[in-house]
Write a protein of this length. Structure first.
Length: 265
């Protein structure tokens, strides 16, 4: 059974968290770290943009500054996410660690999603992976509702983890030097009206009605973040046949994250 390093939730600024994921990926490339699951919290709240997503026309920067919301850029692709009341976690694993994971981004999503679905089911939710077969050649196929929306949770992708027909986890991947970095956002609660203050073309009413759902709403109770983390860990262990071993950042990883943070602003 493979052992993964588990890094428990820590607070930090958005740019530092993005840099920390890159630092771990680099350490894995150098053979200084193994597969890692880490959780983190946003201090303060933060909007992250996908690696190739333009700021202009998508995020209202002046409003974010007024509201005290940071803006950072992810190393992964996809659309913008307002991170506030949520459980956020990154999975870093070599493409060779699981059969099929290295085949394509979609295969990677499917393999890792098995554990996330099990974790949500442990919390009493009928979560499922919805795999939409499509002939459209696009890295981010979306429904017509979310075609112009800059927010990740407004877009229905090829593979989504859903509860009662609504998207509950936003995932984005980067593959570089044989390492998969998947960043995952699981909102505990979503302040949909705030989307109008943060995003252009938010269409938050439509998204709230049929596009996305937060964990507390789906579960029908205010699930403590610690319980969510434990359930996700158990789900990943069961689905992937791994053991999570609590650990910490190395001094080299922390120093590298500090050095890279400014590149993600």
């Amino acid at each position: 059974m493979t052992t993964w390093r588990f890094l428990p939730p820590i607070d930090g600024a958005g740019a530092w968290h993005m840099a920390a994921d890159v630092a771990i990926r680099e350490a894995m490339c150098a053979g200084a770290a193994g597969p890692t699951l880490r959780f983190y919290r946003w201090t303060p709240a933060c909007v992250t943009l996908g690696k190739f997503q333009a700021v202009d026309g998508n995020v209202r920067l002046e409003h974010c500054r007024r509201l005290g919301i940071d803006v950072a850029r992810r190393p992964t692709g996809g659309r913008a996410i307002l991170h506030d009341h949520e459980v956020t976690f990154s999975i870093l694993v070599a493409e060779t660690d699981f059969p099929g994971v290295g085949t394509s981004i979609m295969e990677g999503y499917r393999v890792l999603a098995q554990g996330l679905v099990l974790g949500l089911q442990r919390l009493g939710m009928p979560a499922e992976l919805v795999d939409r077969q499509s002939t459209v050649r696009s890295a981010d196929p979306v429904s017509s509702m979310g075609a112009m929306n800059p927010a990740c949770f407004a877009a229905k992708a090829r593979c989504d983890i859903m509860v009662a027909g609504k998207k509950i986890i936003g995932c984005a991947q980067q593959r570089k030097d044989g390492i998969i970095l998947q960043q995952n956002s699981l909102p505990l609660a979503i302040d949909f009206p705030r989307w109008d203050e943060v995003f252009y073309n938010s269409d938050w009413q439509a998204v709230a009605q049929s596009g996305a759902v937060a964990l507390w709403e789906a579960a029908g109770r205010a699930v403590p973040a610690e319980e969510v983390v434990s359930a996700l860990c158990a789900g990943l262990e069961a689905a992937l046949g791994i053991t999570l071993q609590p650990g910490d950042f190395t001094a080299e990883e922390r120093a590298r994250a500090d050095a890279l943070a400014s590149e993600h602003l």
